[in-house]
Design a protein around this ligand. Structure first.
Ligand code: SAM
Length: 222
C-alpha cells in the first residue's frame, strides 16, 4: 500500500537536500536547482549510474516502488559517491514512490527534460491493462511535466506492450514520435538498451528489445 509513502503537497515544499546533498543545502527548500530527468520504475539503478557521467550538470532521479530495491540503489549510489571524491554521482539519486500517483506533487509543469519508462511491468491480462505505466490518462500527466521538446523514452522486450505504448503515445496530441534513424546521436539509446539490469537480462536470454522515443510538442491551444 502507499500509506507509508511520504510526499510533499506541492513541489515547492520538497526538501531535496537528503537526495542531492552537494546541490541543496539542508532544510532550505531553496529549490532553484531542479530535477531534470526521471527514471520511472528504475529497478536496480543501472540507467542512473550510466547517465550520471554523461550528463554531469543534470539532476537525475530514479523512482522505485519496492523499498528493498530502493535501498539497494541508495547503497549503490552512496558507494559510488564515496569512491569518487570529485562530484561524480552526486547528480543521481533514488526515491521510493508510486509513480502512478504522486508525480505532480514533486515536479512542476514543464520541469522535466527526459522521462524514462524502461522494461515496465507488462501486466498482460486485459483486466490489468489499467495498471500499465503508459496509458492515456498518465500520458496527459507526463505531457504536463515535460518541457516542450522534452523526451519520453520507452523500451521493452514484450512486443505486445511495445505496440500498446506506441499506440497510446501516437494517439496523444502532445507527443510526436522521433524516427529511430534520427536517434543515432542520442547517447541515451545505448544506455536504455544495454545499461539497465532488465536490458542486460533480455540480452542474456537472447530476447528482442523494442524502443520508442517521443517528443513533447507544443499544445496548439496553449
Ligand atoms: N527499469 C528497470 C530496468 O530496466 O532494469 C527495472 C524494470 S522492472 C521490470 C520494473 C520496475 O518498476 C520494478 O522494479 C518495479 O518495482 C517498478 N515499479 C512498478 N510500478 C511502479 C510504480 N507505480 N512506481 C514506481 N516504480 C514502479
Amino acid at each position: 500500500s502507499d500509506h507509508d509513502l511520504i510526499y510533499p503537497l506541492k513541489p515547492e515544499e520538497m526538501d531535496w537536500s537528503p537526495f542531492y546533498p552537494k546541490y541543496f543545502s539542508k532544510n532550505s527548500k531553496d529549490n532553484t536547482k531542479k530535477i531534470d530527468f526521471i527514471d520511472v520504475g528504475c529497478g536496480y539503478g543501472g540507467l542512473l549510474v550510466a547517465l550520471a557521467p554523461l550528463f554531469p550538470d543534470k539532476l537525475i532521479l530514479g523512482m522505485e516502488i519496492r523499498s528493498k530495491v530502493e535501498d539497494y540503489v541508495k547503497q549503490r549510489i552512496d558507494a559510488l559517491r564515496a569512491q569518487n571524491k570529485d562530484d561524480l554521482y552526486q547528480n543521481i539519486s533514488v526515491m521510493r514512490m508510486n509513480a502512478m500517483k504522486f508525480l505532480p506533487n514533486f515536479f512542476e509543469h514543464g520541469q522535466l527534460s527526459k522521462m524514462f519508462f524502461l522494461f515496465p511491468d507488462p501486466h498482460f491480462k486485459r483486466k490489468k491493462h489499467k495498471n500499465r505505466i503508459i496509458s492515456p490518462n498518465l500520458l496527459a500527466e507526463y505531457a504536463y511535466l515535460l518541457k516542450i521538446g522534452g523526451l519520453l523514452y520507452t523500451a521493452t522486450d514484450v512486443r505486445e506492450l511495445h505496440e500498446w505504448m506506441v499506440e497510446k503515445c501516437d494517439n496523444h496530441p502532445l507527443f510526436e514520435r522521433i524516427p529511430d534513424e534520427e536517434l543515432n546521436d542520442d547517447p541515451c539509446i545505448r544506455c536504455i538498451l544495454h545499461e539497465t539490469e532488465e536490458g542486460k537480462k533480455v540480452a542474456r536470454n537472447k530476447g528482442d528489445k523494442h524502443f520508442a522515443v517521443y517528443r513533447r510538442i507544443q499544445d496548439p491551444d496553449e
